[in-house]
Structure formats: C-alpha cells, structure tokens
Design a protein around this ligand. Structure first.
Ligand SMILES: [Zn+2]
Length: 470
C-alpha cells in the first residue's frame, strides 16, 4: 500500500463568501474523494497515468493564482511509490555553479557583435584554431550562429592550444569539441532529454476561447493544438458558446527544474453546447501515433474518394478543358460523376452544411465544411436531402442530395469539388488525411495506455460540476 499526494485546484476564483460556504458544506470534497477512491481502484490508475511517460515525475496541478488549492491523499492499492518522488511539489531551479578559481575552463558570455574568431582571439587562441574549429564539420557550423547571452567554455593547455570547447546551441543540446591524441579535433553533440511532467488544466468560456485559456494559464500553442484536435467536430470560429468547457492534460517539459516549453496534449475534453468530445493521444506498439476518441476512432476524419456510388467519372480535374455547353476552353476544378438522375449523393466526410442553394452554372449546390481546412462542393443536384440548412451537422456517407442536371449541365451528373484552405485540389489524387482507427490487434493496449488519462478527465469534470452546483 502506498500513498500518492494529489494536488488539485479549483478552476474558478473563490470569493470569501464561497469559501465560507464550502467550509460548512464540504460537498465537493466528498464527491471528489469518492471519485478519487473509484479512480484508485482502477488498477492504480493515478499512478499509471503519471508513469506513462519515461522519466516523468507525477505532477497534477493548476497554477492559476486565483484558484484555490485542494490537497488530497489517495490510497493506491498494491503499488510501491516513493512519496518523495511521486510528486514534485515545487520545482526549484538549480543555481548555476559559480566558477571556482581552480576551474581551468574559460567561460565567455557572448556579447553583441561577438564571433568565434573574436572570442578565440580574446582568449589568445590562434586564427588557425578558429579556422580549424569552424571548418571541422556540420556540428561546429553552429558556432557561426552564436547569440548574445550564450556561453562558450574553452579549455586550453599551457601553450594556449585548444584542448576542449563546450557550447549549448539551445537548452536541449551541448556541442563538445575535443582535441584528440593525434592532434586532430573531433566533435559531438550531446542531447539533454527534457523531463515531461503532465499537468491538468481546465477552463470555462465566458468571452473567447483564448481568454478562457489565458485565465487558466494555458499557452496559445496548447489552445491551438486543442482546436486542431477537435477541429473536425467543432468549428472554433462559429460553434463556441459561453459556458463551453474544456479540460486538457498535457506535458510541460523541464530541464534541471526549469520549464522549457509545453509538450504534447495527452488527453482533452471539450464540451460544446452540451455535447462532450474527448480525445486521447496514443502511440501503438508499431510507433504510429495520433489522437483518438475513447472508443479508438481517429479524431481526424477521412474523406470518401467518391461521393456517388456506382458511377463513372465523366470528366476529370484539369486546368483547361473544352466546355461543351459554353463552347469554350475552361479549367475544370472538379470531377464529374455521370449517374442517373436521382442517384443519392453522399457527404465525402464528416462536417456541416456551409451552403445550400442555387449557384449560377452550378445549379442546385451544397457546400460542406470539414474541420477548419477542407470544403467540398456538390453541384447540378436535382434536389437536396431533407433539412440541409446551413450549420446542420453531417456524417460521412450521409445522403445530402440527388444527382440531376440543374445549372449548366449537358446531362445528369455530379460535379464535385474539393478545396484545401480555399484552393481547388484534385479529389482523385490529393493525399487525404489518414484516419485509421486503432488497429483491432492493439485494442487492449490502447485501453490500458489511455484509461488513466480518461479517468483523470472524468474526475476533473466531476469536480467542475460539483463546484458549479454549489
Ligand atoms: Zn464538372
């Protein structure tokens, strides 16, 4: 038996009155503890979730200063955890070691205008040495890009010959140049792995997603990633409403106790107008990664190659073709599928209706929006399927209308266009986003790997709900 300290904080600003009430009625405490107990029984779910990443230490916290800190101890069954390493309470940045007088290394802080040559010459190293280091190999070319504030450390022998050089081009790597016994130089680039620490943050939208994220201490990068993960299901420009909620588990990357940057989103939940969307990041044993819904479907939605079954392509995508009705050369920015009038036309992908109506030579037309980047257009319809109003959500394969010859069409066919970022692309040849579900063979692995993060989302959601109910 062992304990794991969990350090949760509430998401909203707590007024003194609220705090009083909480003290009298510790409802959320009870609920959260109940939730935690359930979680602990999930085969050490909490521990698992925090140990999924190699070299990561457990840290679950929300650092918004406005937030109240709740502290719980969770009993984990049959897991040995050293409490001193299970949780990093505060990460204290390590002080750089002061140079000692006996240190034979010369460390130079780079100033504006410095070059390797000027630094070497300042240290008494010859121009030949500068040339030798500069031309050693691709790694040492990095010394041409030194920036003010960085350090170069140089070790010399009594004859002012370069013995060794150390330089950190960035916080994740060190370049080392060394004099070999035969007098030649060699170099190596040492990579310093960053420590990934999962953090949990959540927010409720009052005005904008970005403001809600900022209030919760979430960076713009993470929120952009969140929007791209859910971009196939939610239109972040139009669908977002006041009261929408989101919860994100993501890595923060540390080196020697200093946060370097945000890492990957591991799991996320978005409640949009009452609909809950969840995604988890998963890497299968073959090394393929992606975001999946809890039931293993890809968050990215693929497209059907052809929106009309049992049809033949009567005209391909081209930049120039003879238009039989207009009797002139025109580009054909789509593909035509010849099919009898009334043949059902299916949505190429999940999305929503962007336009339904008559559009000049296109005749009766439907345009669908798929995620943030893709639109598809279906023209010359004889009629629309029922309820094709702008904004209506459409599933892939759903019938959106029927083949016809409205507009400029010589015979019944579907004119189909595919646009990526507003630019026409050939739907027959464009590389479509892969959207394979989790391989059936890996289903158990997927569940094992992701359940702790999903439990964590659930737990946090319960806590948010409990607070809102107070
Ligand atoms: Zn056409």
């Amino acid at each position: 038996m062992s304990y794991l300290e969990l350090d949760f904080k509430s998401r909203e600003a707590i007024t003194p009155r609220r705090r009083e009430r909480r003290a009298r009625t510790p409802l959320s405490f009870t609920r959260l503890l109940r939730g935690l107990t359930a979680l602990a029984t999930l085969v050490g779910g909490v521990y698992l979730s925090l140990s999924l990443l190699p070299d990561s230490e457990a840290k679950v916290e929300d650092s918004n200063l406005k937030q109240q800190r709740l502290h719980y101890s969770v009993l984990l069954p049959s897991r040995q955890i050293d409490p001193s390493t299970a949780v990093v309470e505060d990460l204290i940045p390590t002080e750089p070691s002061a140079p000692s007088s006996s240190n034979p290394w010369n460390t130079v802080q780079i100033k504006t205008g410095d070059t390797l040559a000027s630094i070497f010459s300042g240290l008494g190293l010859s121009a030949t040495t500068t040339y030798e280091v500069d031309n050693l190999n691709k790694q040492t070319k990095q010394l041409r890009k030194i920036r003010p504030g960085q350090n170069i450390s140089v070790l010399m022998d009594d004859d002012k010959q370069l013995v060794s050089l150390k330089y950190m081009p960035d916080i994740t790597q060190t370049l080392e140049v060394k004099r070999q016994e035969d007098g030649s130089l060699s170099s190596q680039l040492i990579h310093h792995p960053l420590e990934a620490i999962p953090v949990f943050r959540s927010g409720t939208i009052n005005s904008s997603l970005f403001e809600a994220a900022a209030d919760s201490g979430i960076s713009e990068n993470i929120i952009m990633e969140l929007a791209s993960i859910f971009g196939w299901d939610i239109d972040f420009a139009l669908d977002i409403r006041e009261g929408d909620q989101f919860s994100i588990v993501y890595n923060e990357l540390y080196k020697d106790g200093d946060k370097i940057r945000d890492g990957r989103i591991l799991a996320a939940e978005f409640i949009n107008q009452g609909d809950t969307y969840r995604a988890v990041y998963y890497t299968d044993p073959k090394g393929d990664s992606g975001y999946f819904s809890p039931d293993g479907k890809s968050m990215r939605k693929a497209f059907l190659r052809s929106p009309v079954k049992f049809s033949r392509i009567s005209s391909r995508f081209s930049n120039r073709r003879w238009h039989p009705i207009l009797s002139k050369w025109r580009s054909h920015k789509g593909v035509d599928y010849a099919a009898p009038t009334g043949t059902p036309i299916r949505a190429a992908g999940d999305g929503k209706v962007n336009f339904t109506g008559t559009k000049g030579g296109y005749g009766k037309t439907v345009i669908l929006q798929h995620g943030g980047k893709y639109t598809t257009l279906y023209a010359h319809m004889s009629r629309y399927a029922r309820g094709m109003k702008k904004g209506k959500k459409i599933k892939q394969g759903q019938v959106i209308g029927y083949v016809g010859k409205t507009g400029l069409a010589s015979g019944p066919h579907l004119h189909y266009e595919f646009r990526l970022n507003g630019v026409h692309r050939n739907p027959l040849t464009i590389k479509l986003p892969a959207a394979e579900p989790v391989n059936k063979a890996y289903k158990a692995h997927f569940e094992q790997e992701t359940k702790s993060y999903l439990s964590m989302l659930e737990l946090m959601q319960n806590q948010v709900v409990a607070q809102l109910n107070q």
